[in-house]
Design a protein around this ligand. Sequence first.
Ligand SMILES: Cc1ncc(COP(=O)(O)O)c(C=O)c1O
Length: 374
Amino acid sequence: MNLSAMIRPEVRDFEPYLPGKPIEEVRRELGLKKVVKLASNENALGTSSKARRAIAASAAESFRYPEGPGTLLKRDLAKKLGVSEGEIILGAGSDEIIEVLAKSFFNREDEIIVSRHAFIRYKMAADLMGAKTIEVPMKNFKHDLGSMAEKIGPRTKAIFVANPNNPTGTYVTKPEVAAFMKTYAERVGSSERPPFIVFDEAYYEFAKSLAGDYPEMLEYLKRGVNLVVLRTFSKAYGLAGLRVGYGVAKSEVIQVLDRVRPPFNVSSVAQAGARAALTDQTHVRKSVAEAAKGLKYLAVELKKLNIPFLPSAANFLLLDVSPRKGRDVFQALLKKGLVVRAMDEYGFPERVRVTVGTMPENKFLITRLKELLS
Ligand SMILES: Cc1ncc(COP(=O)(O)O)c(C=O)c1O
């Protein structure tokens, strides 16, 4: 069999996503008892007990297919967000919605606009469909929304903005977004094919608290902009393992996405967990406060160690470990029982990304870094 002659050309060159190394794998490979994982921007406080109880209670119904469209969860979200249920789509993580959007709308002749160093899944989605990715350099490690808007042309199908961005942690402000929207409107005019503006707000709950002048994107949706806002239960809601995210867009857009979405993409257990997590805003507030405390502590300690880092509006930090290679620092920390992320695929060979953990985990990180540098 000549598999390479059978494979779609888009898939032949496709680079798979590199996830953070799982704790169990590190334990097994290195024979370590204690392993701390600060590699995937998960919630330092874990899953809320309310969500855990709902997850356990839903287990007995696991023999049934889930309620396909996720009506109850969408109803809860609609109420919380002040939009209609028809303006919401659920995904197996917000990640799946990026892919469903690409499958539904991206053609080979299309272009998408992203920042250099942006979250990598947008380019991957475009690659999979054979669409072209235009990468715009960042300005001071932030999305340069002005230059991104200038790149909009007749082939542009979507502009992706992760706000805050992973892995830089930087964010764009309300006035920057307002200026971008003005240029977008000028360039797009009354086109019948206005490009999608996708704001990926995976770290929304953290940014709302940590970032001054954080934009309220749903306002633009109400004004009729062709916007898709992505959010997730994986971060501040502490449910990364269940895979639940959601997108908010015009109902006509949602109807198209829903046609392509796999029919039972969000499991019944995930739906139950997410509904319960939504009611536990105390856990969300505590999680955000824990990240804020950790960020403050790490800022002080990293300065003492002379390790530069970018200001972050989320629960992670991008550290500059130059002249060392990020890959080498990752390996050295791994041997000490600490999993972080090297950033080569993001164009940062001399940086590592670390998730803000609990205070003992943050202290573990600082101690291990100190050992490494001495
Ligand atoms: C910016 C950004 N968007 C989307 C995701 C995907 O999150 P999930 O698919 O778990 O909702 C992540 C995960 O790290 C992220 O950092």
